[in-house]
Design a protein around this ligand. Structure first.
Ligand code: C2G
Length: 152
């Protein structure tokens, strides 16, 4: 039984996450995830849209994930690898080299990220939509003001 372990926030679950999990699962027989808690994300300087319990439920609903446990700090990986008897620690290559010290415990693998999407980009789409909507509402308000002035 070969166990693969990875970590992440997995907020606004998207195709980049799906493709990574699919590839990670193919590396072994079991995939376990250290899912960043909402509190740890604050430490990472990341604001989350979906709370931990929702992000966990979404991951467990996929066909690739066998177990999810909370990631509460940067230091717990060694204990997790031993507890889960992980054979492979794997992350997207935006983390390339950052966890090489774990090679004392298991194989360390960095896989190419999916370039065309990210949680940050998805959030920016909503910000842009909100700005466009506000602009439309302002235009309508100005038009209504002009109509009222003409009627008075
Ligand atoms: N990822 C990817 N392609 C994307 C976006 C993300 O392959 N387009 C990968 C990342 O490389 C990471 C995983 O998906 O391996 C989860 O990404 P995030 O949720 O952004 O996780 P991160 O904030 O990098 O947290 O201790 C490690 C941290 O918890 C990692």
């Amino acid at each position: 039984m070969k166990t693969v372990i990875t970590y992440g926030t997995f907020d606004l679950f998207h195709v980049g996450h799906v493709r990574l999990l699919k590839r990670l699962r193919k590396l072994g027989d079991r995939l376990v995830i250290g899912l960043s808690t909402d509190a740890f994300n604050e430490l990472k300087g990341k604001s989350v849209v979906f709370p931990y319990e929702h992000r966990k439920e979404i991951l467990l609903a996929t066909q690739y994930v066998d177990a999810v446990f909370p990631e509460q700090n940067w230091e717990q990986k060694r204990d997790d690898i031993v507890r889960e008897r992980a054979d492979i620690f794997a992350m997207g290559d935006d983390w390339s080299g950052k966890f090489d010290d774990l090679e004392e415990l298991c194989q360390v693998v960095y896989l190419p990220r999916t370039p065309e999407t990210s949680t940050t980009e998805i959030k920016q789409i909503f910000v842009k939509l909100k700005e466009e909507r506000l602009h439309e509402v302002r235009n309508v308000a100005e038009h209504l003001n002009r109509l009222i002035e003409e009627l008075l």
